[in-house]
Write a protein that binds this ligand. Structure first.
Ligand SMILES: C[S@@+](CC[C@H](N)C(=O)[O-])C[C@H]1O[C@@H](n2cnc3c(N)ncnc32)[C@H](O)[C@@H]1O
Length: 89
């Protein structure tokens, strides 16, 4: 895996879509500086972990993310979603 660091003093944002429990972000948090913001997105919040210092979780669909998020992430991670997606999105 590539090393994620601050570039030009700008904290990197890393996203996990369909984040579920946020387990990937929780693992990622051990490998990046605390100044890196980690963002989890899921259509439901029931599995979100307790608040973490450098993490944000919000409810939203992978298919309809806010346009303000366009081109803001250094890395976007998505896994185990083949069975999760429906035709309704
Ligand atoms: C199998 S879990 C994924 C687990 C997680 N990616 C991981 O690696 O641990 C599927 C998750 O996708 C979410 N999900 C389903 N459709 C989604 C959508 N359109 N946008 C975002 N999340 C979605 C579900 O709520 C569920 O939490």
């Amino acid at each position: 895996m590539a090393t994620i660091t601050e570039q030009g003093g700008i904290p990197q944002l890393n996203a996990s879509t369909g984040t579920g429990t946020g387990i990937w972000l929780l693992d990622m948090a051990k490998s990046v500086p605390s100044s890196v913001t980690l963002v989890g997105v899921d259509i439901q919040s029931r599995l979100f972990p307790p608040a973490q210092p450098n993490m944000k979780f919000f409810v939203g669909s992978t298919f309809d993310l806010p346009t303000e998020m366009d081109c803001t992430f250094a890395l976007v991670h998505q896994r185990l979603m083949v069975a999760a997606f429906s035709y309704e999105g």
